[in-house]
Each structure stands twice: as structure tokens, then as C-alpha cells.
Design a protein around this ligand. Structure first.
Ligand SMILES: Cc1cc2nc3c(=O)[nH]c(=O)nc-3n(C[C@H](O)[C@H](O)[C@H](O)COP(=O)(O)O)c2cc1C
Length: 193
């Protein structure tokens, strides 16, 4: 840095997780796609997306575990606390979230009053069945809002039969890429507002 140059502002940070445990999961693909787009487009340096690929070992939430927190749960809470935003690959199972996704959310809501999941800007990306998974977002969105977060609704990312279009490593067709990039732009706009 020379003269009167301002140091570059730090990028906003998003932590991402997938609500699907399936090896070939298209919802896992959506979060990897988000990570790649954030680092390979003009968003680079402005928004970082880190995928919490280590989350699958999270046990079922049990208040009795609070006394001796499993390391993965402590890591999860710390990662979300440090993040500005959350990107969720949110599958639709029976018109709602997967048990894994709901459990990951529940872990972030205690201890009461000092919980991690508040004040975050949240984007849900859903690869669903024929209907695209609109119902899970309609179900979970209000919950995340009630917990004190800002859910970015635009543009809706609910991809019908997404498993045919998105590989678990984040490879996807250009239309899916464009939609996820647009979502990240909206996330950044809310963070920068
Ligand atoms: C138990 C179960 C319930 C499902 N229920 C729905 C549903 O309600 N709506 C929907 O759009 N797709 C539903 N699907 C289909 C999934 O959306 C589809 O398999 C999707 O690819 C799963 O995400 P993944 O590729 O990340 O594993 C269901 C799948 C399973 C296994």
C-alpha cells in the first residue's frame, strides 16, 4: 500500500452447507457451484464461499450434549458465528427440509440469546423433483426469518429435476450457473447495503 491508498476491504464471508448426505447430491453440487462462482467471477475478493464439507458427522441435536459439546458442533457454531452469510443447498423431502438440514439449523439456535444463527444473510439453493422444491423454501424461509436473519428470496433458485443437471462437484449447465451467480449477486447487494 503506497501513498493514500486505502487497503482493500475484506471480502464478505459465507459459509455453505448441503442438506443432502447423498454421495452424488445435486444440492451439494449447488453449494460447490456457489463456491466456484464466488472465486472465479467478478465476485472474487468481495464474497468468499466456504463449504462446510465436514458437517456430515454432526450428531442429532440433544440438549444434554451442551455440557460437553462435540467438536463438530462447536466448529459449526464458530463457523457460522464468523460468517456474514449462509448458503444452504436445501433439498426438499416430503415438502419440507431433510432431517439433516433441520438438525444443522437446530444446532445453531442454542444457547438461547447467544446463538449463531442470527443477523445472517441467507440464500437457499434447491435442486428438487418435478416441482423444483418450492415448498421447502416456503417452509424454511419463515423459520430463518423468525430466528432473526434476512432471507434473500430473489431470484428463487428451485431447480426442477436438478439431479439431471447438477453434479455433486458443482458442474452444471450454463442456465443453472447463471441463476446461482444471480443469487450470489443479490446476497452481496444485501450485505453491502
Ligand atoms: C425421501 C424423499 C422425499 C422426497 N420428497 C420430495 C418432495 O417433496 N419434493 C420434491 O421436489 N422432491 C422430493 N424428492 C426428490 C428429491 O428432490 C430429489 O431426489 C433430489 O435430487 C434430492 O436432492 P440431492 O440430489 O441433493 O440428493 C424426495 C426424495 C426423497 C429421497
Amino acid at each position: 500500500v503506497s501513498g493514500g491508498d486505502q487497503p482493500a476491504p475484506r471480502p464478505f464471508r459465507a459459509i455453505a452447507f448441503s442438506g443432502s448426505l447423498r454421495r452424488g447430491s445435486s444440492n451439494t453440487g449447488l453449494v460447490h457451484l456457489a463456491r466456484r462462482l464466488a472465486s472465479s467471477t467478478d465476485l472474487a475478493g468481495r464474497l468468499q464461499v466456504e463449504v462446510a464439507g465436514w458437517l456430515r458427522d454432526l450428531p442429532f441435536y440433544d440438549p444434554d450434549l451442551e455440557a460437553d459439546l462435540p467438536p463438530v458442533a462447536a466448529r459449526w457454531r464458530a463457523a457460522v458465528t464468523e460468517a456474514d452469510a449462509l448458503v444452504i443447498g436445501m433439498p426438499e423431502y416430503n415438502f419440507g427440509p431433510t432431517g439433516f438440514a433441520k438438525n444443522a439449523i437446530d444446532w445453531l439456535t442454542r444457547p438461547l440469546g447467544a446463538h449463531a444463527l442470527r443477523g445472517k444473510v441467507i440464500a437457499m439453493l434447491t435442486s428438487g423433483g418435478k416441482g423444483g422444491g418450492t415448498r421447502v423454501q416456503a417452509a424454511v424461509g419463515p423459520i430463518l426469518t423468525l430466528l432473526g436473519n434476512t432471507v434473500v428470496d430473489e431470484p428463487p433458485v428451485t431447480i426442477a429435476l436438478g439431479a439431471e443437471r447438477i453434479a455433486a462437484d458443482g458442474t452444471a449447465d450454463p442456465a443453472v450457473e447463471a441463476l446461482v451467480l444471480d443469487k450470489l449477486r443479490h446476497v452481496l447487494a444485501v450485505l453491502e447495503a
